[in-house]
Design a protein. Sequence first.
Length: 101
Amino acid sequence: MSVDTQYYLIVAAILFTVGATGVLVRRNALVMFMCVELMLNAVNLTFVTFARALDDIGGQVFVFFVLVVAAAEVVVGLAIIVAIFRKRQGATADDLNLLKG
């Protein structure tokens, strides 16, 4: 029994929707970063699905580059969040103006 391509795409669309909703609704910086990572993983699932359906390795190469960019984004994002936490106990999206020199 084989799983059809459209099931993977439906799961990816649901993951992306949950991530986008989380970014738009939540104000906590850590939750926003987790939602962005969820959206990137949904895109990775889509790339791998199309790479498998088209029997092409290009989608998996894109996934590699997306994972590299996501890792760099996490490093920079967590450094910013730690800098905010050092000044205050909470880190919301409104607290980013505290980092102005």
